[in-house]
Design a protein around this ligand. Structure first.
Ligand SMILES: [Fe+2]
Length: 209
């Protein structure tokens, strides 16, 4: 899933800690309290299956269909909106909008587990297994699987199986919802060096309005 732009925060963009724990109420957002409670329960029980079920139920109930739930498209990268940050930072819920061809690079999730659901569009995910680390910043990965996920598809990231790239390979805009079991503010992105190895870089994750 989950996790996650994996892009440096544009100058002037609000950081995760500048935003409230809940989205603005009123037009544009459904009553999220019921499904927040389901997600909270799954996180506290450390149960990926329950978290996935909560996301599936929310999609089926139309919780993600409210106009304005997902961020506006961005032409420079995919967009991320913080929907909810639990006050004790035990989890965050993030809505993402992906234009055709927008991908995250290979990345980790800072050791956090989580789950994601495709709400609309067709997403492609390649999962990698970490095979070696050298010099602290050089990583070697082995691609383990690739899959195309359409609306309704669920995915989980559970360390140490937390390395993947993720993107929209369809011809129309895609929407996804991600839950991470912590306040995912930083991660590593990995740049291929062409010799079977990747260079790691630290990435600070920001949110779009
Ligand atoms: Fe991810």
């Amino acid at each position: 899933m989950y996790v996650v732009p994996k892009y440096p925060r544009p100058q002037g963009e609000a950081s995760a800690h500048d935003r409230p724990s809940s989205p603005p109420r009123g037009s544009g957002f459904p009553d999220i309290a019921p499904w927040i409670a389901q997600i909270r329960s799954a996180i506290r029980d450390d149960r990926a299956a329950a978290l996935s079920q909560a996301l599936a139920r929310s999609r089926a109930a139309g919780d993600f269909d409210t106009p304005g739930f997902f961020p506006e498209e961005r032409s420079d990268r995919y967009a991320r909106r913080l929907i909810w940050r639990e006050p004790d930072a035990s989890f965050v819920i993030v809505a993402m909008t992906w234009m055709p061809g927008q991908y995250s690079p290979l990345h980790d999730h800072d050791g956090l587990w989580g789950a994601e659901i495709v709400v609309a569009g067709a997403m492609c995910e390649t999962s990698f297994r970490l095979a070696d680390v050298a010099e602290g910043t050089r990583y070697r990965f082995v691609a383990e699987s690739e899959r195309v996920s359409e609306a309704g598809a669920l995915g989980v990231v559970i360390p140490p199986l937390e390395y993947h790239d993720f993107g929209n390979q369809g011809s129309r805009t895609a929407h996804t919802v991600h839950v991470y079991a912590g306040d995912l503010t930083n991660c590593h992105a990995f740049d291929a060096t062409g010799d079977g190895w990747w260079n790691a870089r630290n990435v600070t994750l920001g949110y779009d309005a």
